[in-house]
Design a protein around this ligand. Structure first.
Ligand code: MN
Length: 439
């Protein structure tokens, strides 16, 4: 929409960072996602980096070596901050200018910097932190397949509520408990009431679940009282990451009426460390979900021809489960699902236009998550609640272990990538977390 394909997307580009030229890397020179890191085990202040192959290009070192001099001074300053917020606040011109500069800097036919060793940090030697200070977090419900799957479990005759095709449904999440990938997740305790019980009890959740989602991080914000129009929405978007919206289904089921999710969600949300910019995703734009003939048209503030033509992103997400037994026996993680983000009923632009339609303001670094990415087919459901039909159909893992919901020591790994034959793969890396016992 607001980003176009340019020479930074050229499939033939190669980098002097050799690992970036390997065929299936998530981080070729055409990607250039931003993150925040420090040397593993150190107490250094966090620095902004760019993933390139299996290395991180350290933007503070680039600045100190004078390699960013062609950029405006305030953009150079944003590159040396301890999080991405100042860069995000500058808006989409800044991420484009920086991308163009970094693409030239990393090209193998460009001038290889003499200070190369100082500029790169091997990813395995880095601790990847939250990329931004996230002030606010909204979680949408944009997959009609997820909404229908869930609705069927609770209201078999009438799975989809009447507002779904008009309103991009969401709730306000908790920003303080958003954690970086790799952070262990302690099983939450809370009130839950099994159907056969007369009264609730307090204790560890026994129905712990994940939700695979795509997150959007806001770039330039909007003033309070000034809605963002659908055609302007993407100019307020910096980039995308993967999200695991950990969910305690028993706590959620008991508390959610009448005001929606609360403690069943707010104990933790994991995001992947690398923010893939909208610039990097330009080659993978696709039409918005095509509504069936009987579906209502979105109201005018949620409608736009550009959005209909290319509001979607052809992004594949997959979820894997790695149990303690798999790790001990050296068995590959078990794939639970894979689905495409292009199947979402509402686009990113529609979600942003809707969220700000009442005048609500967004700030740089705010996180908006899409809601669980589920598709129509078997194998594309993005939560255990859907896969096991609320626990009634356990799944058998490759080790022979059975699961309805997550067990302590289970690790959930989310991956995401965009791929087509004309462009280099743009990967998101991993969003992972291991479940620890409640006590
Ligand atoms: Mn969710």
């Amino acid at each position: 929409m607001s980003r176009s394909i340019d020479q930074t997307h050229d499939l033939s580009l190669r980098s002097w960072v050799e690992s970036a030229n390997q065929k299936d890397t998530d981080f070729p020179i055409q990607n250039l996602p931003f993150g925040v890191f420090r040397d593993r085990g150190s107490t250094q202040s966090p620095r902004i980096g760019v993933a390139i192959g299996d290395q991180i290009l350290d933007l503070t070192s680039c600045y100190q070596s004078g390699l960013l001099q062609q950029l405006p001074e305030h953009l150079q300053a944003a590159c040396t901050a301890s999080n991405l917020n100042p860069l995000m606040a500058l808006g989409s011109w800044a991420s484009l200018a920086l991308r163009t500069c970094l693409s030239q800097l990393l090209r193998s036919n460009g001038q290889k910097p003499s200070s190369e060793a100082k500029l790169l940090v091997p990813m395995v030697e880095a601790e990847l932190l939250l990329p931004a200070k996230i002030g606010d977090y909204t979680d949408f419900y944009a997959s009609i397949f997820h909404a229908t799957n869930l609705g069927k479990l609770f209201r078999p005759d009438n799975p989809l509520l009447p507002n779904y095709k008009y309103v991009p449904i969401a709730y306000h999440g908790r920003a303080s408990s958003i954690v970086a990938s790799g952070t262990p997740i302690k099983r939450p305790q809370g009130q839950r009431k099994a159907p056969e019980d007369n009264v609730p009890s307090f204790g560890p959740s026994v129905l712990l679940d994940y939700e695979v989602e795509v997150g959007f991080l806001i770039g330039a914000g909007n003033e309070l009282g000034e809605p963002i129009s659908i055609d302007n929405a993407e100019s307020h978007l910096f980039g995308l990451c993967l999200v695991n919206d950990w969910s305690a289904r028993d706590i959620q089921a008991w508390e959610y009426q009448p005001l929606g999710p609360f403690l069943g969600k707010s104990f933790a949300t994991t995001i992947s460390p690398w923010v893939v910019t909208l610039e990097a995703l330009a080659p993978f734009r696709c039409p918005a979900f095509s509504r069936s003939q009987e579906d209502p048209l979105p109201l005018p503030y949620l409608s736009s021809s550009i959005n209909t033509r290319q509001g979607g992103i052809d992004l594949t997400v997959e979820v894997l489960l790695d149990s303690a037994q798999m790790r001990e026996q050296g068995i590959e993680p078990f794939r639970l699902s894979h689905a495409s983000f292009r199947q979402m009923y509402w686009t990113m632009a529609q979600m942003i236009a809707h969220q700000t339609s009442n005048g609500c303001n967004l700030h740089p670094g705010d996180l908006i998550a899409s809601g669980t990415v589920s598709g129509a087919q078997e194998g594309s459901q993005g939560s255990l609640l859907e896969i096991t039909r609320r626990g009634s159909q356990p799944i058998k893992l490759t080790t022979g272990e059975m699961r309805t919901f997550l067990a302590d020591t289970d690790e959930v790994i989310i991956r995401g990538y965009c791929k087509n034959e004309n462009y280099a793969k743009v990967g998101f890396g991993e969003c992972q977390g291991i479940v620890l016992a409640a006590k």
